[in-house]
Design a protein around this ligand. Sequence first.
Ligand SMILES: [Zn+2]
Length: 111
Amino acid sequence: MSQIIIRKIARKQGLTRYFTGKPCKWGHVVDRYVSDGQCVECAWEWGRKWAAANPEKARERNRKRYVANSEKAKERVRKDRMANPEKWMEWARNGRTADPGRPHHTTGNNQ
Ligand SMILES: [Zn+2]
């Protein structure tokens, strides 16, 4: 299973989680968050309860997270494209020639 990582060291390495190897007060032997020391299992459970109690807020939070993640994903693609231009050119070429997902362009009515 997980390797034991002392919180101080995790923090120093810029990790978000650490692992004590000891159970939390609910008996979960899992990673814990460096920020508040809460076990990830408890945090997940708490989040689930919170979402059930606050469906509106949960939806809003999910939406924000989705937006933030899609921005990050776009940024990742941008960087990757700059780092590996050949790979992306190849991908674009293959995408254009294979194109199995778009039948509506091949059977045109304009003939
Ligand atoms: Zn726990």
